[in-house]
Design a protein around this ligand. Structure first.
Ligand SMILES: Cc1cc2nc3c(=O)[nH]c(=O)nc-3n(C[C@H](O)[C@H](O)[C@H](O)COP(=O)(O)OP(=O)(O)OC[C@H]3O[C@@H](n4cnc5c(N)ncnc54)[C@H](O)[C@@H]3O)c2cc1C
Length: 494
């Protein structure tokens, strides 16, 4: 058997997180091997955030045009999917080709390997016949794949995951979506606005079940207004396909459609990573990490695989910490950020995301002991890009009460604010604040509205920096903005 090749770092999985780590370590002068078995950049640029938001942009343009009739005369709207599919193919994904991303990584000095990486004992990664020994560390950025629920008959049918939904060139007439979370609702609204008759089946008693109940209500009402049928509290028990039609059975209820999209969650596949060779339990749902993303000695993990939140901004945030920590380790080990070093990362199509503005957290100068930032998820923002957008940060009211916090809640309807009233058509939404009355700070907030995700940023700062409520109350809020509703909600806190 060939001797392992010595490098500084190996990154396995060049999705959002892995590509960022691998590229930055290579730029710092380490020898980095980046291993990716599919497309460098991962889910976000090819089948996730970017193409789905292009679809949403197009669908929202249709919805705005339809609002002309209420506000500015009349407009006739003739939806056409071909320009959307073309934009996704040509502008977003290069027809699902990652050459640009591969070149970007190798241009930074990284060494790219197409293949599946797995741990091969402490400090080693195997990719096919090649084995690498990582002098400074191994980074696992292997992400997640769609989790398909064990519903009788489902696996034998030609159901869609997000991949087929994003790649679709011709829309079906009818679509059933299993799963009323963020991805299910975003895609349901897009397809409905393009004329598809969509039904969402959700096993829990409400859509967006992880968010505030008021947010679920507004989102469900908005989708219904677009013609989406929502069946919440319906547990799919059996799925069948007769060659042209899917049927989802639940008790004596049946739903039928030409296509079935399954978006019921995502799952890390730890059993493929050789974790047992380094003494890590591979039967866990995710790879637990500490606040510097350590899994175990000289192994870091980044992104969805850590289970800390399946968002591109989490992967980028964690990547910054991994880079700082790994460079710190390299420096203390004497290798430094030195061109002779070797690093390998698995996973990596992150360039497209960076190009679109994905990179967020910038750690302090790496290397000085004690300056490596530690992960803090208290102010984790999340946005569901339906129309209206549902933005949220920190704890919901229920989560805060379950923790025994002395909770105060403030609420303001967007339509009652000056801007909401002016906006009229499409002004559904609200601000909900969750405060810790003893500490006098916000610990959570929800912002629903036409620009709900943007308005959220002020609330993220408030939660992140624990800005005293007294300060928030005595701030000046520009008139007439949507974010002025925050001031109304602060007044309502009791
Ligand atoms: C439809 C949809 C919409 C989304 N919208 C948003 C959004 O608006 N905002 C947001 O923040 N997030 C969004 N997300 C989530 C976002 O895409 C993920 O959080 C992000 O891609 C996670 O990055 P990652 O690097 O952890 O994993 P991934 O992007 O999944 O990348 C992991 C990579 O590792 C590779 N890999 C796995 N195992 C191996 C192995 N053994 N060897 C080599 N390579 C391997 C995979 O091929 C993959 O390329 C969306 C997701 C979906 C599905």
């Amino acid at each position: 058997m060939a001797e392992p090749e010595l490098v500084d770092v190996v990154v396995v999985g060049l999705g959002v997180g892995g590509e960022e780590v691998a590229g930055r370590l290579a730029e710092a002068g380490l020898t980095v091997v980046g291993v990716e078995r599919d497309l460098v950049g991962g889910e976000c640029p090819y089948w996730g955030c970017i193409p789905s938001k292009m679809m949403i942009r197009a669908a929202n343009a249709l919805a705005e045009a339809r609002r002309v009739n209420e506000l500015a005369g009349s407009a006739q709207v003739q939806p056409e999917w071909a320009p959307v599919a073309k934009r996704i193919r040509e502008e977003a994904t290069d027809t699902w080709n990652d050459q640009v991303a591969v070149d970007r990584f190798t241009g930074k000095g990284g060494r790219f390997l197409r293949g599946s990486g797995r741990l091969d004992g402490p400090g080693q990664v195997r990719v096919g016949e090649q084995v690498f020994r990582a002098r400074h560390g191994i980074v696992l950025g292997t992400g997640t794949r769609p989790s398909v629920p064990p519903i009788d008959g489902l696996v034998d049918t030609p159901y869609w995951t997000n991949h087929q939904a994003i790649e679709v060139e011709e829309l079906p007439e009818t679509l059933l979506i299993l799963g009323g979370g963020a991805i299910g609702l975003e895609l349901a609204q897009v397809f409905a606005r393009f004329g598809v008759r969509v039904t969402v089946v959700e096993a829990l008693d409400r859509v967006l079940a992880l968010e505030e109940p008021e947010a679920s209500e507004v989102a469900a009402a908005a989708l219904r207004a677009d013609g989406v049928e929502i069946r919440a509290g319906v547990k799919a028990e059996r799925v069948s396909h007769d060659g042209s039609t899917f049927t989802v059975h639940s008790g004596d209820q049946e739903c039928r459609a030409e296509r079935l999209l399954v978006v019921t969650g995502r799952r890390a596949h730890l059993d493929e990573l050789g974790l047992e060779t380094v003494g890590v339990d591979a039967s866990q749902r995710y790879l637990p990490v500490d606040d510097r993303m350590h899994v175990t000695d000289a192994i870091w993990a980044v992104g969805d695989v850590t289970g800390e939140g399946a968002f591109t901004h989490i992967a980028m945030y964690q990547a910054s910490i991994v880079v700082a920590d790994l460079l710190d380790h390299a420096r203390h080990a004497g290798g430094g950020a030195d061109p002779s070093g070797t690093a390998s990362v698995v996973g990596g199509a992150m360039g497209a995301v960076s190009a679109v503005g994905g990179a967020t957290a910038t750690p302090g100068p790496a290397g000085a002991a004690g300056t490596v930032p530690r992960a803090d998820y208290r102010a984790l923002p999340r946005v569901t890009f339906t129309d209206p957008e549902v933005g949220a940060v920190g704890l919901t009211e229920k989560q805060a009460r379950e923790r025994g916090i002395n909770v105060q809640v403030g609420f303001a309807q967007l339509s009652s604010s000056a801007r909401g009233w002016i906006h009229k058509a499409g002004n559904e939404g609200f601000i909900k604040l969750v405060a810790d009355a003893d500490q006098g700070v916000l610990i959570g907030a929800t912002s629903v509205g036409p620009a709900g995700g943007e308005v959220l940023s002020a609330l993220v700062v408030a939660v992140h920096a624990a800005v005293p409520l007294s300060q928030l109350r005595h701030m000046i809020y520009a008139y007439p903005t949507f974010h002025r509703a925050i001031e109304d909600a602060l007044r309502d806190l009791s």
